[in-house]
Design a binder for this molecule. Sequence first.
Ligand code: FEO
Ligand code: CA
Ligand code: CA
Length: 662
Amino acid sequence: MSLDDQNTALFGNGDEPLSNHSANPHMSELIDQRRRQILAGGAAIGALGFLGVLPQAVEAAEHGAKLPFKKRNRLPFEALPVSRADTITVPAGYRASVILPWGTPISGSFPPFLEDASNSAQDQAEQVGMHHDGMHFFPADGRRGGGRHSSHGLLVFNNEYIDAPLLHPNGPTAVNGLRTVAEEVRKEINAHGVTIVEIRRDRFGDWQVVPGRYNRRITAATPMQIAGPARGHALLKTRYSPDGTATRGTQNNCANGYTPWGTYLTCEENWAGYFASRDSDLPRELKRYGLRSTSRFGWDTLPGDEFERFDATRKAADASGDYRNEPNHFGWIVEIDPFDPTSTPVKHSALGRFAHEGLIFAPVKAGRPLVCYSGDDSQNEYIYKYVSRGKYLPILRQPGRLLDDGTLYVARFNGDGSGEWLALDLRDKAFQAACSAAGVSFADQGEVLINTRLAADIVGATKMDRPEWGAVNPDNGEVYFTLTNNSSRTVADAANPRAANPYGHIIRWRENRSDHAGTRFRWDIFLLAGPQTDSRGPDGQPLDERNILASPDGLWFDPDGRLWIQTDMSGSQLASGPFGHNQMLVADPRTGEVKRFLIGPIGAEVTGISATPDFRTLFVNIQHPGEGSTATNLLSSWPDGPGRRPRSATVVVTREDGKRLM
Ligand code: FEO
Ligand code: CA
Ligand code: CA
């Protein structure tokens, strides 16, 4: 969802409000020289040359010479012009079809979707959830990771949030700001979470739901376990879990990840808005995450334990008698085994607690630690990295345990193009010193992780322009991250060179000695998004009609090293900008070329991407078409046609000749 759509009223769309009030510098004092280098004139060097990755490319580009390594055109399609059509547009030679829209029956009694949205809460628990986001295709033979099957597998995707006006026949019911219909709220809870669905391609090339045993909905009420250093912590004790080890549900799951051992990772992003606390003295672990006195959907205002858990107001003598700590059960990475429909999802506390956008693994090597990266998508928040203590071995019985013991780091981007990973770990001497200097104490590592943002403030991490998805280039191990935009930045710095930053950019780094487990890196800016007059492509030139974009969000490297970029422009940017609808572009980091490949329907965000192992089928999610619609005012009719409610859905992209996509 987009930032300018946030509001505090019931049913508003809600990205989290700015909550980083730490004194960390925006690094402006470090950077001027660096910034001039990036932004001023000789942009070609600025773009391709930073990491010293492609000196030949820069030289060749500057002399108009043929790139020595350019064996073939990796973007063999005609770039799309911007569009405002209420449809999916793909280049000539490709086709796009729709599967699994919100409400598709997948399990239980397979309740059909009712056009007037009168399906019950129980129906919704047996249907695809609302508002598709991060996604992964697990080949049918990928139970332990990998897999080759390209016409049969499990599609797993997040259902980030809901548009309550479309979820119910006539929108949600509220009286004086209080919810009054439990069945409605249960349906909202069941429309959140994750959808796991077995799909198979039939002989006509169409993907069909297999009504099998794997199909499952994880919702905002599904029982879960908490693992890692915070498990059993005093700050996790609730009426539901007096020992602080269990919880219910996951919500606002934005981007995702998947492990080398065949499990899905879903990431809790703008979860804080689902809770309310009317206490005037919020503890730091709530305050730093922007908890407010009213919640986004008002679930906390209904009686009964299933709803009261969203009310974090202190009511009982201690934490085991109320839900003051319930918000501490959110902001984590959740692991789900899609191949075991009886498995209990696990929240991995070692990976930190924040507005997790996604989780992306560095390439795994047997005998080396696992390394993964995650962004905290709020204004002026940080980018993190986790390094497991144990070594990854493909034969491990319970490899998920590698996600429960390790070191969490946060990034500092220096003005000279260097960067450091700063440990947030009580065993680390520099962290101990930073805590002392700041006059902050943590009882144990569990408390550090519950207060991840505060820990990162203390060590002097770099405030970023809303870190969204990450992706690792299979060609060279460079890590790319989208920084979607930041309307509240007042001071530019090298890594976030525009104040304010309405259009966003993409940053990348290379770990020193290509060691992902190390603590130093070199970074540069890959792309400055924006219109022709205020942008810079990876070739050092301003973007043009083939590729202007704003608010980059989704990011994915295909197996051949192309970078796919998805946008989440806000309603106002869509309405008034030159960019047309939200879209998906493809970049070739070797050549600096960027081309628009897919354009979404009215009001939609393009987010979530995965492919079959043969790279002949691409799955892309379309979220909130017709955003802002009500039952009586439908702003889009995608995908079902005129007069029908718009629905988030998955789009299948193939080539008309059936060959590899590129
Ligand atoms: Fe849900 Fe950060 O986008
Ligand atoms: Ca976004
Ligand atoms: Ca996103």
